[in-house]
Design a protein around this ligand. Sequence first.
Ligand SMILES: Nc1nc2c(c(=O)[nH]1)N[C@H]1C(S)=C(S)[C@@H](COP(=O)(O)O)O[C@H]1N2
Ligand SMILES: [Mo]
Length: 521
Amino acid sequence: MASPDALPRSRTASSASRLSRPAAAGVAAALAGLGAAELAAAILAPAGSPILAVGALVIDLVPAWVKELVIGLFGTGDKAVLIVCVALGTLVLAAIAGVLEFLRAPFGRALVVAAGALAVLAVLTRAGTAPFDALPSVSAMVVSAVLLTVLITRLPRTVPVSDGAGVDRRRFLAWTGASAGLGVLAVIGGQLVSAGTRATDAARARFTLPAPATASAPIPAGADLAVDGLSPVITPNLGFYRIDTALQVPRIDPAAWTLKITGMVENEVELTFAELLALPLEESTTTLTCVSNPVGGDLIGNATWLGYPIRLLLARARPLPGADMVLSRSEDGWTASTPLEVLTDDRNAILAVGMNGVPLPLEHGYPVRMVVPGLYGYVSATKWLVELDVTRFDRETAYWTSRGWTERGPVKLSSRIDVPRAGSRVTAGPVTVAGVAWSQHVGIRSVQVQVDDGPWDDATLADAISADTWRQWSWQWTAPAGRHTLRVRATDAAGLVQTSVVRDVVPDGATGLHRVPVTVG
Ligand SMILES: Nc1nc2c(c(=O)[nH]1)N[C@H]1C(S)=C(S)[C@@H](COP(=O)(O)O)O[C@H]1N2
Ligand SMILES: [Mo]
């Protein structure tokens, strides 16, 4: 086969290739640097991955509406999308550094050093990182800068029309290919190492949940209508939605975990994991939902939690008069502000250690999280919990409430159609329409379904587990051929009818009726 360089080429083609090689050199040097960083992070400094730290910084800096847009478009794939964007951004920057180094050395190297410094800054501004965690970013910077210099010096300065410098060119390509290849292998290696040697995972695997002192009331057999395609009344852990700002799930050694109750209290309390487990734990079934859940969305789940009432721990700490909020803090620095009265009234606000019969999964807050019936997760459901700071709403704001979401976030009355699915095709005749409805802490009185502009008709309700969980419903439809729209609305136990007024999720949760278009044929 003819070498492409043996063919005559135009000036523009050759100047494009003049720059494509330094760009490739930049990308290869960056890949090698990232590989070094991921290996260093996996083996020495788990909190130090530069890509994840920059991603986390981006999460904290982008405006709330961008986050909403990304969650809206990609759902719980938001994190993968972010990592891909940061990685692509890095590679584009690397290509620019390559070209700069080729045309105006040492500006390419300078760009690499600047990017490295930014990564160090990103790592060190994360909660709970130590100076040592900068090591992976510094290695990335050094490896990339050195390789970039080496590769660019090996690059033939002129692109010959005849293949006079073919040996040089091949040597350059070999170096570039090797750097890129080793870099990619190191990134993969780093991922494997960090997945395999996590002490926390092992501790969680060894840990068996204590038996509850108070078992939850058995779930009535009639709570699950067992309709095909309808969400099960208890959401399995693997299917439970996950929303948080943590690109890297915090790994907490339960033996080292403590909870501190501080701030406006008469008596500061500190509790170890062993002490928490020795308390009489209670089981309760509570629905958890996200303020970002659009009408009809799936950012909601229902689980049986094992935990200890927060009100009993707060009673030990004795909040001072004037306190009206508890700022709960996660190991990674995330915070939620919960009204003190919600944590001290008779509802089942708990520190949860178990979820559906197993220790909390890592991504759902292991070893300890909060679960508070009736409030959206952003003001109540702190995962990887380490501190309860008793304070006042006029003194402190929390992670999302300082980004434009409302201070208090009660869950709104809502309902959803699960079957038939939007846009699906069903056969004319009898069709089961079914879904879930919730009005936490109040309970659901009735659910109604409407076809097109027809009358609202009562659905059949499943047995309620409690006012704090969602309730399944179903409705028999004799479906006539054609295109139709199904709508659902719920009425809560206090008589409030779900509003049809359409509101977006910002700032305190979506409203409107879920509508499902179907084709009957
Ligand atoms: N530490 C921490 N806890 C957190 C969050 C977070 O970003 N960090 N997100 C909250 C939000 S917005 C919701 S909706 C729930 C989701 O809990 P889940 O991921 O277990 O479903 O967790 C809450 N707890
Ligand atoms: Mo949320």
